[in-house]
Design a protein around this ligand. Sequence first.
Ligand code: URA
Length: 231
Amino acid sequence: MQLERILQSQGFGSRKACRGLVRHGRVAVAGATVADPFAEFPPDGLTFQVDGSDWPYREKAYLMLNKPAGHECSRAPKHHPSVLSLLPEPLRNRDVQPVGRLDEDTTGLLLLTDDGQFIHRLISPRHKVAKVYEVTAKHPVDDGQIAALLAGVQLHDEPEPIAAAACEQVSERVIHLTLTEGKYHQVKRMVAAAGNRVEALKRIAVGPLRLPDDLPEGAWRWLDAAELEGM
Ligand code: URA
């Protein structure tokens, strides 16, 4: 594939803009500047550099972000910056979007991609992908509340009680709650219906993926092949 087309496919702008990047000596492959925008490279497995930063070629982009509070999962945020503002411009240009939504004040594991089928598979209730939330409650969590969350709690505007797939007590006020759907404010509403209140909410896992300890709040990284394979 021609270098300018590779750059365009990875979100570096129009073909003309990408040609300009190459002609201005800003693009390198394997450490050597490439001056010819029409130079051919096999894209799979290619890592190129733009202005000295490494970019692995990805036909589709799959990322994880450790979402900080104070960010909305919308492309047209109303009150806070979008989580997309935490990504570099080429990824934003690629139409990468969050896989489902976390509330503005929820932190933790958020996946993003430009693969619509992947988004559908992860958020469709039919696929029952487990999402694990670390809930810090306002009041001590008692056995009755855990039993209610596991048995199912009645939420307004839902026809039937909704049960957590799992609920583990971690400390007096902290539980790990596993859900397989993603209804609006679901954790907060379930915990309230069980007689407590969410004080802080962090998502720590989606399917087999756990939020890595070494990914600081606000940072993102690519999913690797093994992680994607397991999804
Ligand atoms: N449930 C909530 O209440 N908020 C979230 O952000 C995610 C799940």
